[in-house]
Design a protein around this ligand. Structure first.
Ligand code: GDP
Length: 298
């Protein structure tokens, strides 16, 4: 994860402080805590989470002299503690087909993520079917077909503007007939008309439940990490529209400051199944709490 830029602690201790630079030490006082808090907020962690993290670091340590390395370890430890419970891959069930509904605003990386996931599942020996449920955006359907080809996975499409729920039903029928392990359903991401989107998603769910009352088995919300604190409001919105079971954070290779993942974990506790780290098919990594915490702290 290149999400942290120069690293939080390095900034507090000045440019010269590297892993070997155990001097200078700084007294952990209110001024230093405030700087730390500011850094965490600037990393997109949000005020509440930043305050809690700094309070935990302060506890029993005020007045102590800390080196950059010590502060890094403390901070990474605190962040890893928040992130460990959410670092969980997407659960795979014996159910066939396992239905994975993929939601998120347009541009968040839904199409790309579906392609990457399909490729990983294929590599793991699973039969996958994709349904291009965003039937209004012709470009999205085309993109998904390209990704399907790359991943070697069939993509079911419907006429432009046709009912996504009826496509989902057909896709269920095909996935069942073919004994597919996974059916991934792309959905529209037009948040401009929430009522409309809510009804569309609810109808998709209703229709696939006619075939399998336990479906969808996963509802993945794809979030663009570069949108910073917006990601938090997207979770709140989509949780009202769908029964979100897990997150995929995209674009962590870019300018994202990464702290938003900590805020998300702290606030919602939803599992982070994977992180997008580029535009290529293999650029999807499992989320590792320790690695992430170290990268963020820098
Ligand atoms: P959708 O509208 O939600 O389906 O979004 P797309 O999958 O079409 O992605 C929107 C843009 O983000 C495309 O240009 C993708 O190449 C890019 N993108 C998606 N995931 C990642 C990622 O993890 N890293 C980077 N750098 N770009 C990404």
């Amino acid at each position: 994860v290149a999400a942290a830029g120069p690293g939080l602690v390095g900034r507090i201790f000045g440019r010269t402080a590297g892993p070997q630079a155990d001097a200078p030490r700084r007294v952990l006082d209110d001024a230093m805590l405030e700087e730390l808090e500011d850094m965490l907020v600037q990393s997109d962690m949000g005020v509440d989470t930043a305050l809690r993290v700094t309070a935990n670091i302060a506890e029993g340590r005020m007045g102590r002299r800390l080196s950059a390395t010590e502060l890094k370890e403390l901070l990474a430890g605190e962040i890893a503690r928040i992130m460990a419970p959410v670092a969980r891959p997407m659960p795979i069930y014996p159910r066939r087909p396992q239905v994975v509904l993929v939601v998120g605003v347009n541009g968040s990386g839904k199409t790309t993520t579906i392609g990457k996931l399909a490729s990983q599942f294929r590599a793991a020996g699973k039969n996958v079917v994709i349904a291009a449920g965003d039937t209004f955006r012709a470009a999205a359907v085309e993109q998904l077909q390209v990704w399907g080809q790359r991943a070697g996975v069939p993509v079911m499409v419907a006429a432009q503007g046709s009912d996504p729920a009826s496509l989902a039903f057909d896709a269920m029928t095909r996935a069942e007939a073919e004994g597919a392990d996974l059916l991934m359903i792309d959905t529209a991401g037009r948040l401009q008309n929430r009522q409309d989107l809510m009804e569309e998603l609810a109808k998709i769910v209703r229709v696939i439940r006619k075939k399998d009352p336990s479906a969808p088995h996963n509802t993945l919300l794809v979030l663009d990490a570069t949108t910073g604190q917006n990601a938090l409001s997207q979770v709140e919105t989509f949780r009202k529209l769908a029964d979100v079971s897990g997150l995929v954070m995209t674009k962590l290779d870019g300018t994202a400051r990464g702290g938003v993942l900590v805020a998300l974990a702290d606030r919602f506790g939803l599992p982070i199944h994977a992180i997008g780290v580029g535009e290529q098919i293999d650029d999807l990594d499992a989320f590792d709490a320790e690695d992430f915490a170290r990268a963020l702290v820098g």
